[in-house]
Each structure stands twice: as structure tokens, then as C-alpha cells.
Design a binder for this molecule. Structure first.
Ligand SMILES: Cc1cc2nc3c(=O)[nH]c(=O)nc-3n(C[C@H](O)[C@H](O)[C@H](O)COP(=O)(O)OP(=O)(O)OC[C@H]3O[C@@H](n4cnc5c(N)ncnc54)[C@H](O)[C@@H]3O)c2cc1C
Length: 496
């Protein structure tokens, strides 16, 4: 078995924050160093709002060079740093540590180059996901990975989380669309990884960096692939009397050799939540589940696929299958799905979203087991998922103001993840591991698997200053030490 001493961040050192803030200010400009308690509140959590911690400082650089100079200071002082894009991550990846510097990329929002002939664009990390498609759609192109948060999440965050979305069933997740990047290593060195062409020899450093959740450095320029828009697109909405029937339809469509652009299921609770908020009269409120299927390609191919998919839906007991071809109608059908998480706010003061992956064939079994777990723990679970690739998003509804509720809900979430692993799946499809799920890494990986990952991390970050404590559990098992501790966590320190 491999054995390595685990590097720990320098959390017990007392830093001279006044002097460090001045050094940062000399690099990025005084107004781009955030230091007051009131201003830091905006940065104390990401989309996983149950975990909060103010960093010592927030720095907003505007260029690769500035990121490099800031990281050189962090490296010299052994200060932990955490990268942050838009802060929409759902696994606590951008959660600051007590004595850390949060490096926010929101000023780095330029599209640096658009090359239609070679189907690629180069962007800074703070560019918002759907700005890429907006920039190229006039010429008939688009950027395929489309997280539901695409109107706000950054490309840097997408790269770090290897984000997915509705269209990733057919076109692949972020890693399949990143050709290369300029990254700043934790010691401040600037490196280019990958290239501008699809294949380059040597180790696949881009593959290692994508999905590394800010633990290997900060991406400051990213080269993305763009695709030609399809000649024809049609969206089908099928409604079912059971979630299981919707699930079987998904398996049957794929088994028939059809690969739609996307296949998404929403259960009754989710349907009603979005109907109440954004999708008025779009989805049938009495359906147990709806299945949204997007078919794209050449017009002749789409027409044929749609015919076969409709047959499969009816064979599985669909009550009705409607379809939309014009862009406005299609957008309307997707709008509800994309707003599903936010809509949960109508149902419950808080929700905890899980992100397990299962083999498609286990969908019916796993959904039944989730229902049993929901009854056992006494918390409702709404289901919205990228059904085509087996990526579940059970949303556990609860009230964080109730003492002890969060701990029970986290236990329920953990049981769901273990269930996914038991049936041959994974503890994350697209939201990453972050602070939230690291204690379940040992459900999927052996100790030596985890040590191998630690080795890779140490090569990039020998002083353990890049987003330390995230992804890899310490200790390696799901012990108390690996679990985030809500009571002990949030500390306010006056530094200025
Ligand atoms: C309503 C809602 C819906 C969502 N739907 C989806 C979905 O469909 N699919 C999906 O995959 N995700 C989804 N997410 C999760 C989230 O939007 C994605 O993980 C997204 O990629 C995070 O981007 P961000 O800019 O907000 O990153 P942040 O939350 O700021 O950071 C995420 C991680 O990336 C690291 N990071 C950020 N920038 C850089 C950089 N330049 N270099 C290195 N590391 C960096 C951070 O340290 C952190 O670990 C959803 C979230 C919400 C709130």
C-alpha cells in the first residue's frame, strides 16, 4: 500500500494580514482587495449554503499576470487560497477556509479569440457559460455543455467541476470540450496545458486539470471547442402515470440505438414547484413524471427519430406526447427544467441536492429505494435528473432553522450516495466532491486509489495551499474527522 504524509494547510500561523493586503493591493488595485467583515459576507459560501466561512481576504485579479503575482505571495507565506468563479457550485468547492485568500475571477470576463474556421474560442475564466454561445450563435455555432446554472456560472468553475448539463448525454461533459488552458500553478508559475488542436502527445494534463476543483492551480485562459448548430431540433414532452414508466422509456430509447441531445425526467413534486414559479401551464400538474427529450441533427434524421421515440413513449404507457420545433416553444419547455432547483424554494425553506450517478437500467430500483429512504428519514425528496446518463439529482427538502435537521438530511443524502455506489454508480456526476462529499470518496475508491490522487495533487501543489481540505478525505475513511463540522466551522475574526 502507498503511504504518504498528508500535507496540511497553514491554518495555525498568524499572518500579517495588513501587510499582505497591501501587497495584494499593489498588484490588483486597492478596490479589488476585499477585507471588511460586511463585504466578506458575500463570499462566505457557494451554492452549498449550509457551510459558511469568511476568508481573511478576497482578491479580484484581472489578468493571468496578476493571478501569478498573487499566488507567488500565497506560496511565499504558505497561505491557503481558494479559487472562485460565480460561486454557484453545489459541493462547497469555493467555500473559503478561515485563514485563506479567496481569488475571484469575475473581473476576468473577456472572450479573447473566436476562430470559426477551427471551431474554437479562447476565454478568460470569469466568462459566463452562455456568453460563449451568445458570442458564436450568429455564425451558426454553439458551446455544448449547458449546466442549468448556465446564465450565471463561469467557464472557470465549469472546467474545475467538469460540469455537465442537458446536452451532455450526446455531446459529453466539459472535459470533452476543453482543448487546452493557461493555468497558474500554486507557486505562481504560468503554464500552458493541452493545445489548440484536438490531439496532442504526452500526458493528458488537460484531462487531469479539468475536474480538479481548484486543487491544482487556477485556469486563467481556456480554449473551448464550439460546435455547428444542428439543422433541426425538436423537443418532446411525454407525461407518465409513474416515474418508473418514464425511467423505462429512457432505457428503451437508448437500447433502440437512439441518442437524443438530452433526456430529462422531473417528478410530480418538481413539476408542481416549477409550474408555481416559472412554467405556467407548460407541464401537466397531475403527471407522476414528465420526460423531456430533445432530438437534434439533420431534418430527415430528426423526423425519423421523433417517430420512433414517440412509439417507445406510448409503448411504455405515456398519456400524451407533445412536441415543439420553434425556438421559443422549445425554450419554454426547457425553462421549467432549468429552473427546477430554484423552484424548490416555493416548497421548502432549504433543500440539499445530491448528484449521484447510476446505470440507467437501475433507475426504477434506485428511485424506489430513494422513496423508502425518504419515508424512513421523514424528509420529502423531489427528483429531477439527467435521465439519459443516469445522473440523479434528488432534492431533499428541509428547514435548516430546525435544530439537527441538517445532520439528518446529510445522513439521508449519504445513504443515497452509498446506494448509487452499490448499484455500480458514482457519488458525483457533475457537481464535484468539494467539502460536501469527500467523506464518501472511500465508498468508491480504495486507500491506494486515494493516495495515488494525492500524489498527483502534491506534484502540482507541494505546499498544500490550493483549496486544501477539499476532495480527498482526511482521514481517508468517512470518519468524523472527514465530515464537515457545522458547529465548529464558522468563525469570525477581526483582522482590520
Ligand atoms: C440552480 C443551479 C443549477 C445547477 N445546475 C448544474 C447543472 O446542470 N450541471 C452542473 O454540472 N452543475 C450545475 N450546478 C452547479 C454549478 O453551477 C457548477 O458546478 C458550475 O460549474 C460552478 O461554476 P462557478 O463559476 O459558480 O464556480 P464556483 O462555485 O465559483 O467554483 C466551483 C469550483 O471551481 C473552482 N474554480 C473556480 N474557478 C476556477 C478557476 N478559474 N481555476 C481553477 N479552479 C476554479 C473553485 O475553487 C471551486 O472548487 C448548478 C448550480 C445551481 C445553483
Amino acid at each position: 500500500m502507498l503511504s504518504l504524509a498528508l500535507p496540511t494547510p497553514n491554518q495555525n500561523h498568524s499572518f500579517n494580514w495588513q501587510a499582505i493586503a497591501q501587497e495584494f493591493a499593489a498588484i490588483v488595485g486597492d478596490r479589488y482587495v476585499v477585507r471588511t467583515r460586511e463585504e466578506l459576507i458575500a463570499y462566505e459560501c457557494d451554492g452549498l449554503t449550509s457551510y459558511r466561512q469568511q476568508p481573511a481576504l478576497v482578491v479580484l485579479p484581472s489578468s493571468t499576470q496578476e493571478v501569478s503575482e498573487v499566488l507567488k505571495i500565497c506560496d511565499r507565506e504558505r497561505i491557503a487560497f481558494v479559487a472562485r468563479g460565480s460561486g454557484t457550485g453545489l459541493s462547497g468547492g469555493a467555500l473559503p477556509l478561515l485563514d485563506s485568500v479567496l481569488i475571484v475571477t469575475s473581473r476576468m470576463k473577456k472572450i479573447l479569440d473566436v476562430d470559426f474556421e477551427n471551431q474554437r474560442v479562447v476565454v478568460q475564466p470569469g466568462v459566463i457559460n452562455n456568453w460563449v454561445t451568445q458570442a458564436v450563435s450568429g455564425a451558426g455555432f454553439y458551446y455544448a455543455p449547458d449546466p442549468s446554472s448556465q446564465i450565471i456560472c463561469s467557464i472557470g468553475g465549469n472546467v474545475a467541476e467538469n460540469s455537465g448539463g442537458v446536452h451532455c448525454l450526446k455531446y459529453g461533459v466539459t472535459t470533452n470540450h476543453v482543448l487546452g488552458a493557461k493555468i497558474v500553478l500554486p507557486n505562481g508559475d504560468i503554464k500552458d496545458i493541452g493545445s489548440k488542436i484536438p490531439e496532442s502527445p504526452g500526458y493528458d494534463l488537460t484531462g487531469i486539470f479539468v475536474g480538479s476543483e481548484g486543487t491544482l492551480g487556477i485556469a486563467t485562459e481556456i480554449t473551448l471547442k464550439i460546435l455547428k448548430s444542428a439543422e433541426s431540433i425538436q423537443v418532446l414532452l411525454a407525461d407518465f402515470e409513474t416515474v418508473e414508466a418514464a425511467g423505462s422509456t429512457v432505457s428503451d430509447v437508448i437500447s433502440a440505438g437512439l441518442i437524443p441531445g438530452g433526456m430529462e425526467i422531473m417528478d410530480n413534486m418538481s413539476i408542481n414547484a416549477v409550474e408555481d414559479t416559472v412554467a405556467a401551464n407548460c407541464y401537466p400538474r397531475d403527471a407522476a413524471a414528465i420526460l423531456l427529450i430533445e432530438v437534434d441533427g439533420l431534418a430527415i434524421e430528426v423526423a425519423e427519430s421523433v417517430k420512433r421515440i414517440e412509439e417507445i413513449c406510448y409503448r411504455n404507457g405515456a398519456r400524451q406526447v407533445s412536441s415543439a420545433t420553434d425556438p421559443e416553444q422549445r425554450l419554454r419547455l426547457w425553462k421549467g427544467r432549468k429552473a427546477a432547483f430554484a423552484a424548490m424554494g416555493r416548497m421548502s425553506p432549504d433543500y440539499y441536492v445530491q448528484d449521484g450517478v447510476i446505470p440507467r437500467t437501475k433507475l426504477t430500483y434506485v428511485l424506489q429505494e430513494i422513496e423508502k429512504l425518504s419515508e424512513k428519514y421523514g424528509y420529502p425528496v423531489a427528483n429531477v435528473f439527467h435521465a439519459g446518463d443516469g445522473n440523479l439529482h434528488p432534492l431533499i427538502l428541509y428547514n435548516n432553522a430546525v435544530d439537527g435537521a441538517l445532520e439528518i438530511v446529510e445522513e439521508l443524502g449519504g445513504e443515497i450516495l452509498k446506494l448509487c455506489v452499490r448499484v455500480g454508480g458514482s457519488i458525483s456526476g457533475e457537481h464535484g466532491i468539494g467539502a460536501d462529499k469527500k467523506c464518501y470518496m472511500s465508498e468508491m475508491f480504495s486507500e491506494s486509489d486515494l493516495e495515488t490522487m494525492q500524489w498527483v495533487r502534491d506534484v502540482f501543489d507541494p505546499h498544500a495551499i490550493a483549496n486544501p481540505t477539499k476532495i480527498l478525505p482526511t482521514p481517508r475513511t468517512c470518519g468524523e474527522g472527514a465530515k464537515p463540522n457545522h458547529d465548529a466551522k464558522y468563525k469570525l475574526v477581526d483582522r482590520f
